[in-house]
Design a protein around this ligand. Structure first.
Ligand SMILES: CC(C)(COP(=O)(O)OP(=O)(O)OC[C@H]1O[C@@H](n2cnc3c(N)ncnc32)[C@H](O)[C@@H]1OP(=O)(O)O)[C@@H](O)C(=O)NCCC(=O)NCCS
Length: 338
Protein backbone atom coordinates (compact mmCIF):
# COMPACT_ATOMS: atom_id res chain seq x y z
CA UNK A 1 0.00 0.00 0.00
CA UNK A 2 1.46 3.42 -0.92
CA UNK A 3 2.04 5.96 1.83
CA UNK A 4 0.98 9.60 1.74
CA UNK A 5 3.31 12.46 2.55
CA UNK A 6 3.20 16.23 2.38
CA UNK A 7 5.83 17.21 -0.19
CA UNK A 8 5.30 20.95 -0.66
CA UNK A 9 3.59 23.82 1.14
CA UNK A 10 2.74 27.36 0.05
CA UNK A 11 0.63 30.21 1.35
CA UNK A 12 -0.78 33.44 0.04
CA UNK A 13 -1.81 36.29 2.30
CA UNK A 14 -3.14 39.54 0.81
CA UNK A 15 -0.95 42.50 1.66
CA UNK A 16 -3.68 44.76 3.05
CA UNK A 17 -3.76 44.78 6.85
CA UNK A 18 -6.76 45.70 9.00
CA UNK A 19 -5.63 46.48 12.54
CA UNK A 20 -7.76 46.50 15.67
CA UNK A 21 -7.43 50.28 15.61
CA UNK A 22 -8.98 50.27 12.13
CA UNK A 23 -11.90 48.28 13.56
CA UNK A 24 -12.27 50.74 16.43
CA UNK A 25 -13.24 53.27 13.76
CA UNK A 26 -15.89 50.94 12.29
CA UNK A 27 -17.58 49.31 15.31
CA UNK A 28 -17.83 49.84 19.04
CA UNK A 29 -14.78 47.80 20.05
CA UNK A 30 -11.27 48.30 21.33
CA UNK A 31 -7.83 46.92 20.62
CA UNK A 32 -7.52 45.82 24.24
CA UNK A 33 -10.82 43.91 24.20
CA UNK A 34 -9.96 42.09 20.98
CA UNK A 35 -6.47 41.15 22.13
CA UNK A 36 -7.62 40.05 25.58
CA UNK A 37 -10.63 38.03 24.41
CA UNK A 38 -9.20 36.59 21.17
CA UNK A 39 -5.44 37.17 20.85
CA UNK A 40 -5.93 38.88 17.48
CA UNK A 41 -3.89 42.03 16.76
CA UNK A 42 -4.48 42.33 13.03
CA UNK A 43 -5.85 40.45 10.05
CA UNK A 44 -5.22 40.67 6.30
CA UNK A 45 -8.07 41.65 4.01
CA UNK A 46 -8.18 40.94 0.27
CA UNK A 47 -8.77 43.84 -2.12
CA UNK A 48 -12.25 44.06 -3.62
CA UNK A 49 -11.26 42.47 -6.93
CA UNK A 50 -9.60 39.44 -5.30
CA UNK A 51 -11.76 36.36 -4.71
CA UNK A 52 -11.04 33.03 -3.03
CA UNK A 53 -9.88 31.35 -6.25
CA UNK A 54 -7.31 34.11 -6.84
CA UNK A 55 -5.67 33.50 -3.48
CA UNK A 56 -5.96 29.71 -3.91
CA UNK A 57 -4.21 29.92 -7.30
CA UNK A 58 -1.33 31.91 -5.79
CA UNK A 59 -0.84 29.33 -3.03
CA UNK A 60 -1.11 26.44 -5.51
CA UNK A 61 1.49 28.01 -7.82
CA UNK A 62 3.96 28.29 -4.95
CA UNK A 63 3.44 24.61 -4.16
CA UNK A 64 4.04 23.55 -7.78
CA UNK A 65 7.10 25.74 -8.11
CA UNK A 66 8.53 24.52 -4.82
CA UNK A 67 8.04 20.89 -5.82
CA UNK A 68 9.23 21.59 -9.36
CA UNK A 69 6.42 19.75 -11.08
CA UNK A 70 4.03 20.71 -13.88
CA UNK A 71 0.37 21.23 -12.92
CA UNK A 72 -0.80 18.50 -15.28
CA UNK A 73 0.78 15.87 -13.01
CA UNK A 74 -1.72 16.68 -10.26
CA UNK A 75 -4.48 14.07 -10.05
CA UNK A 76 -6.97 15.99 -7.94
CA UNK A 77 -7.56 19.51 -6.64
CA UNK A 78 -9.49 19.91 -3.37
CA UNK A 79 -10.46 23.41 -2.30
CA UNK A 80 -11.56 23.61 1.33
CA UNK A 81 -13.60 26.77 1.65
CA UNK A 82 -16.84 28.32 2.88
CA UNK A 83 -16.37 31.36 0.67
CA UNK A 84 -16.25 29.94 -2.87
CA UNK A 85 -16.18 32.49 -5.70
CA UNK A 86 -19.78 31.44 -6.35
CA UNK A 87 -21.93 28.42 -5.50
CA UNK A 88 -21.06 26.79 -8.80
CA UNK A 89 -18.92 26.06 -10.66
CA UNK A 90 -16.79 24.79 -7.82
CA UNK A 91 -13.80 26.93 -6.95
CA UNK A 92 -11.74 23.76 -7.50
CA UNK A 93 -12.68 23.97 -11.21
CA UNK A 94 -11.64 27.61 -11.39
CA UNK A 95 -8.30 26.82 -9.75
CA UNK A 96 -7.71 23.69 -11.86
CA UNK A 97 -8.22 25.71 -15.02
CA UNK A 98 -6.08 28.66 -13.97
CA UNK A 99 -3.09 26.57 -12.87
CA UNK A 100 -3.39 24.26 -15.88
CA UNK A 101 -3.99 20.99 -14.03
CA UNK A 102 -5.31 19.29 -17.17
CA UNK A 103 -6.84 15.88 -16.56
CA UNK A 104 -7.25 16.43 -12.81
CA UNK A 105 -10.56 16.09 -11.02
CA UNK A 106 -11.55 17.72 -7.79
CA UNK A 107 -14.19 19.41 -5.73
CA UNK A 108 -14.90 21.97 -3.05
CA UNK A 109 -15.01 20.66 0.49
CA UNK A 110 -17.27 22.58 2.86
CA UNK A 111 -16.28 21.91 6.45
CA UNK A 112 -15.54 25.48 7.58
CA UNK A 113 -12.65 25.66 10.01
CA UNK A 114 -12.07 21.89 9.87
CA UNK A 115 -11.97 21.99 6.07
CA UNK A 116 -8.23 21.72 5.68
CA UNK A 117 -7.97 18.81 8.11
CA UNK A 118 -10.79 17.00 6.28
CA UNK A 119 -9.00 17.77 3.00
CA UNK A 120 -5.75 16.29 4.29
CA UNK A 121 -7.56 13.16 5.44
CA UNK A 122 -9.32 12.80 2.09
CA UNK A 123 -6.13 13.29 0.09
CA UNK A 124 -4.23 10.79 2.24
CA UNK A 125 -6.86 8.14 1.60
CA UNK A 126 -6.93 8.82 -2.14
CA UNK A 127 -3.17 8.25 -2.13
CA UNK A 128 -3.18 5.20 0.12
CA UNK A 129 -5.92 3.63 -1.98
CA UNK A 130 -3.42 3.60 -4.82
CA UNK A 131 -5.59 5.58 -7.24
CA UNK A 132 -3.83 8.95 -6.90
CA UNK A 133 -0.21 10.03 -6.90
CA UNK A 134 -0.55 13.77 -6.30
CA UNK A 135 -3.40 15.63 -4.64
CA UNK A 136 -3.39 19.36 -4.16
CA UNK A 137 -5.18 20.39 -0.95
CA UNK A 138 -5.97 24.08 -0.68
CA UNK A 139 -7.58 25.88 2.24
CA UNK A 140 -8.74 29.32 1.14
CA UNK A 141 -11.24 31.80 2.48
CA UNK A 142 -12.17 35.40 1.87
CA UNK A 143 -14.06 35.77 5.13
CA UNK A 144 -14.25 39.55 4.78
CA UNK A 145 -16.91 39.00 2.08
CA UNK A 146 -19.33 37.31 4.49
CA UNK A 147 -18.86 39.48 7.56
CA UNK A 148 -21.26 42.07 8.84
CA UNK A 149 -19.03 44.97 9.84
CA UNK A 150 -21.79 46.20 12.14
CA UNK A 151 -21.60 43.05 14.27
CA UNK A 152 -18.63 43.56 16.58
CA UNK A 153 -18.88 40.05 17.98
CA UNK A 154 -17.98 38.47 14.62
CA UNK A 155 -16.31 41.03 12.35
CA UNK A 156 -13.23 41.35 14.53
CA UNK A 157 -12.47 37.65 14.40
CA UNK A 158 -11.74 36.80 10.79
CA UNK A 159 -9.23 37.48 8.01
CA UNK A 160 -8.48 36.41 4.43
CA UNK A 161 -5.79 34.00 3.20
CA UNK A 162 -5.01 30.78 1.35
CA UNK A 163 -2.65 27.90 2.00
CA UNK A 164 -1.93 24.75 0.03
CA UNK A 165 -0.02 21.50 0.29
CA UNK A 166 0.80 18.73 -2.14
CA UNK A 167 -0.03 15.32 -0.73
CA UNK A 168 2.01 12.79 -2.63
CA UNK A 169 2.48 9.02 -2.85
CA UNK A 170 5.63 7.25 -1.72
CA UNK A 171 6.42 3.54 -1.57
CA UNK A 172 9.16 4.06 1.01
CA UNK A 173 7.80 3.33 4.53
CA UNK A 174 10.46 5.62 5.99
CA UNK A 175 8.88 8.47 4.03
CA UNK A 176 5.33 7.77 5.26
CA UNK A 177 3.63 10.99 6.32
CA UNK A 178 0.01 10.28 7.18
CA UNK A 179 -0.35 8.33 10.41
CA UNK A 180 -4.05 8.61 11.16
CA UNK A 181 -7.14 10.71 11.65
CA UNK A 182 -10.17 11.17 13.87
CA UNK A 183 -12.85 13.31 12.27
CA UNK A 184 -16.47 13.90 13.22
CA UNK A 185 -19.43 15.99 12.21
CA UNK A 186 -22.16 16.98 14.66
CA UNK A 187 -25.05 18.76 12.98
CA UNK A 188 -26.84 19.28 16.28
CA UNK A 189 -24.63 22.35 16.64
CA UNK A 190 -25.44 23.75 13.22
CA UNK A 191 -27.43 26.73 14.44
CA UNK A 192 -24.58 28.10 16.51
CA UNK A 193 -22.43 29.17 13.56
CA UNK A 194 -23.84 29.64 10.09
CA UNK A 195 -24.60 31.86 7.16
CA UNK A 196 -28.38 31.52 6.99
CA UNK A 197 -29.25 32.69 3.48
CA UNK A 198 -28.06 32.23 -0.07
CA UNK A 199 -28.82 28.52 -0.37
CA UNK A 200 -31.97 26.57 -1.26
CA UNK A 201 -33.54 27.07 2.19
CA UNK A 202 -33.44 30.82 2.03
CA UNK A 203 -32.46 32.08 -1.41
CA UNK A 204 -31.25 35.64 -1.79
CA UNK A 205 -34.05 38.17 -1.70
CA UNK A 206 -34.53 41.77 -0.66
CA UNK A 207 -35.72 40.45 2.70
CA UNK A 208 -32.64 38.31 3.31
CA UNK A 209 -30.45 41.29 2.51
CA UNK A 210 -32.47 43.67 4.69
CA UNK A 211 -32.23 41.18 7.56
CA UNK A 212 -28.51 40.67 7.02
CA UNK A 213 -28.79 36.93 6.49
CA UNK A 214 -25.81 36.66 4.11
CA UNK A 215 -23.14 36.99 6.75
CA UNK A 216 -21.66 34.97 9.60
CA UNK A 217 -24.11 34.48 12.48
CA UNK A 218 -22.61 33.07 15.63
CA UNK A 219 -23.43 32.20 19.23
CA UNK A 220 -19.88 32.86 20.37
CA UNK A 221 -19.98 31.27 23.80
CA UNK A 222 -21.61 28.06 22.57
CA UNK A 223 -18.97 27.73 19.87
CA UNK A 224 -16.22 28.56 22.31
CA UNK A 225 -17.20 25.86 24.81
CA UNK A 226 -17.68 23.21 22.16
CA UNK A 227 -14.38 24.08 20.48
CA UNK A 228 -12.35 23.77 23.67
CA UNK A 229 -13.92 20.44 24.61
CA UNK A 230 -13.74 18.84 21.19
CA UNK A 231 -10.28 20.10 20.26
CA UNK A 232 -9.09 18.45 23.46
CA UNK A 233 -11.10 15.24 23.14
CA UNK A 234 -10.32 14.53 19.51
CA UNK A 235 -6.60 15.16 20.04
CA UNK A 236 -6.51 12.98 23.15
CA UNK A 237 -8.41 10.16 21.49
CA UNK A 238 -6.36 10.21 18.28
CA UNK A 239 -3.12 10.03 20.24
CA UNK A 240 -4.48 7.16 22.32
CA UNK A 241 -5.61 5.31 19.20
CA UNK A 242 -2.01 5.37 17.96
CA UNK A 243 -0.45 4.61 21.35
CA UNK A 244 1.19 8.00 21.38
CA UNK A 245 1.46 10.62 24.09
CA UNK A 246 2.03 14.34 24.03
CA UNK A 247 5.75 13.59 24.46
CA UNK A 248 5.82 11.98 21.01
CA UNK A 249 4.50 15.13 19.35
CA UNK A 250 6.83 17.87 18.12
CA UNK A 251 4.06 20.37 17.61
CA UNK A 252 0.31 20.81 18.01
CA UNK A 253 -0.83 22.88 15.04
CA UNK A 254 -4.39 23.89 15.89
CA UNK A 255 -6.98 25.84 13.95
CA UNK A 256 -6.64 29.49 14.94
CA UNK A 257 -10.08 30.68 16.07
CA UNK A 258 -9.30 32.21 19.43
CA UNK A 259 -6.08 32.16 21.47
CA UNK A 260 -8.08 31.23 24.58
CA UNK A 261 -9.62 28.20 22.84
CA UNK A 262 -6.16 26.99 21.84
CA UNK A 263 -4.54 27.50 25.24
CA UNK A 264 -7.48 25.97 27.12
CA UNK A 265 -7.43 22.86 24.92
CA UNK A 266 -3.63 22.66 25.10
CA UNK A 267 -3.69 22.95 28.90
CA UNK A 268 -6.16 20.08 29.14
CA UNK A 269 -3.93 18.01 26.87
CA UNK A 270 -0.96 18.84 29.07
CA UNK A 271 1.11 20.01 26.13
CA UNK A 272 3.70 22.71 26.92
CA UNK A 273 3.15 26.12 25.30
CA UNK A 274 6.36 25.94 23.26
CA UNK A 275 4.88 22.95 21.41
CA UNK A 276 1.70 24.80 20.40
CA UNK A 277 1.79 26.96 17.28
CA UNK A 278 -0.17 30.20 17.69
CA UNK A 279 -0.12 32.89 15.02
CA UNK A 280 -3.68 34.20 15.36
CA UNK A 281 -2.25 37.56 16.44
CA UNK A 282 -1.11 38.25 12.85
CA UNK A 283 -3.88 36.71 10.75
CA UNK A 284 -7.06 36.28 12.80
CA UNK A 285 -9.24 33.34 11.88
CA UNK A 286 -8.76 32.64 8.17
CA UNK A 287 -11.03 29.55 8.34
CA UNK A 288 -9.70 27.05 5.74
CA UNK A 289 -6.27 28.67 5.66
CA UNK A 290 -5.29 28.74 9.34
CA UNK A 291 -3.63 25.32 9.48
CA UNK A 292 -1.44 25.72 6.38
CA UNK A 293 -0.46 29.22 7.57
CA UNK A 294 0.43 27.89 11.02
CA UNK A 295 2.28 24.94 9.50
CA UNK A 296 4.29 27.30 7.34
CA UNK A 297 5.33 29.22 10.43
CA UNK A 298 6.26 26.04 12.30
CA UNK A 299 8.27 24.79 9.33
CA UNK A 300 10.06 28.01 8.38
CA UNK A 301 10.85 28.79 12.03
CA UNK A 302 12.43 25.35 12.49
CA UNK A 303 9.80 24.23 14.99
CA UNK A 304 9.07 21.11 12.95
CA UNK A 305 11.77 19.12 11.20
CA UNK A 306 11.85 16.08 9.00
CA UNK A 307 10.80 13.03 11.01
CA UNK A 308 8.80 14.96 13.60
CA UNK A 309 5.21 14.00 14.39
CA UNK A 310 2.73 16.84 14.04
CA UNK A 311 -0.83 16.91 15.37
CA UNK A 312 -3.34 19.01 13.44
CA UNK A 313 -6.63 19.75 15.22
CA UNK A 314 -9.65 21.83 14.29
CA UNK A 315 -13.26 22.56 15.19
CA UNK A 316 -15.57 24.49 12.93
CA UNK A 317 -19.10 25.32 11.87
CA UNK A 318 -21.33 22.33 11.38
CA UNK A 319 -20.09 21.37 13.90
CA UNK A 320 -17.08 19.77 12.24
CA UNK A 321 -14.21 18.32 14.22
CA UNK A 322 -10.96 16.91 12.92
CA UNK A 323 -7.55 15.74 14.02
CA UNK A 324 -4.74 14.30 11.92
CA UNK A 325 -1.34 12.91 12.81
CA UNK A 326 1.38 13.35 10.20
CA UNK A 327 5.08 12.65 10.25
CA UNK A 328 6.66 15.75 8.74
CA UNK A 329 8.72 14.68 5.71
CA UNK A 330 9.96 17.95 4.27
CA UNK A 331 13.49 19.27 4.68
CA UNK A 332 13.88 22.72 6.16
CA UNK A 333 13.15 25.38 3.55
CA UNK A 334 15.99 27.03 1.63
CA UNK A 335 14.30 30.41 1.78
CA UNK A 336 11.31 31.73 -0.15
CA UNK A 337 8.93 31.01 -1.73
CA UNK A 338 6.73 29.34 0.83
C1 LIG B 1 -16.75 35.70 20.01
C2 LIG B 1 -15.97 35.69 21.31
C3 LIG B 1 -14.57 36.27 21.10
C4 LIG B 1 -16.69 36.54 22.32
O1 LIG B 1 -15.96 36.53 23.53
P1 LIG B 1 -16.70 36.28 24.91
O2 LIG B 1 -15.69 36.42 25.94
O3 LIG B 1 -17.42 34.98 24.79
O4 LIG B 1 -17.68 37.48 24.97
P2 LIG B 1 -19.26 37.45 25.15
O5 LIG B 1 -19.90 36.93 23.92
O6 LIG B 1 -19.56 36.80 26.46
O7 LIG B 1 -19.53 38.96 25.25
C5 LIG B 1 -19.07 39.71 26.38
C6 LIG B 1 -19.35 41.15 26.14
O8 LIG B 1 -18.41 41.63 25.15
C7 LIG B 1 -19.13 42.31 24.14
N1 LIG B 1 -18.40 42.18 22.88
C8 LIG B 1 -18.54 41.25 21.93
N2 LIG B 1 -17.70 41.51 20.93
C9 LIG B 1 -17.03 42.62 21.26
C10 LIG B 1 -16.04 43.38 20.64
N3 LIG B 1 -15.53 43.05 19.43
N4 LIG B 1 -15.57 44.47 21.27
C11 LIG B 1 -16.02 44.83 22.46
N5 LIG B 1 -16.99 44.14 23.11
C12 LIG B 1 -17.48 43.06 22.52
C13 LIG B 1 -20.48 41.64 24.11
O9 LIG B 1 -21.43 42.49 23.53
C14 LIG B 1 -20.74 41.44 25.58
O10 LIG B 1 -21.17 42.63 26.13
P3 LIG B 1 -22.32 42.64 27.25
O11 LIG B 1 -21.73 41.89 28.41
O12 LIG B 1 -22.54 44.08 27.50
O13 LIG B 1 -23.49 41.92 26.64
C15 LIG B 1 -15.85 34.25 21.86
O14 LIG B 1 -17.08 33.81 22.32
C16 LIG B 1 -15.32 33.30 20.86
O15 LIG B 1 -14.19 33.38 20.45
N6 LIG B 1 -16.14 32.30 20.48
C17 LIG B 1 -15.72 31.31 19.52
C18 LIG B 1 -15.65 31.95 18.19
C19 LIG B 1 -15.02 31.08 17.19
O16 LIG B 1 -14.02 30.53 17.47
N7 LIG B 1 -15.60 30.99 16.01
C20 LIG B 1 -15.07 30.27 14.93
C21 LIG B 1 -15.20 28.84 15.22
S1 LIG B 1 -14.14 27.94 14.32
Amino acid sequence: MPHAKISALGCYVPSGVMTNQDLERIVDTSHDWIVERTGIEQRHIAPKDVATSDMAVEAARIVLEQRGIPANTVDAVLVCTVTPDMLFPATACLVQNRIGARGAWGFDLIAACSGFVFGLTTAAHFIMGGTHKRVLVIGADTMSRILNYKDRATCVLFGDAAGAVLVEATDDPAEAGFLGHLNEIDGSGGDFLRMPAGGSRMPASHDTIDQDMHSVHQEGQQVFKYAVRKMYEVSRDLLAKHNLTINDIAMLIPHQANRRIITAAADRLGIPPEKVLININRYGNTTGATIPLATRDAWTQGKIRKGDIVLFAAVGAGFTVGANLWRWQMDSPNGPPV
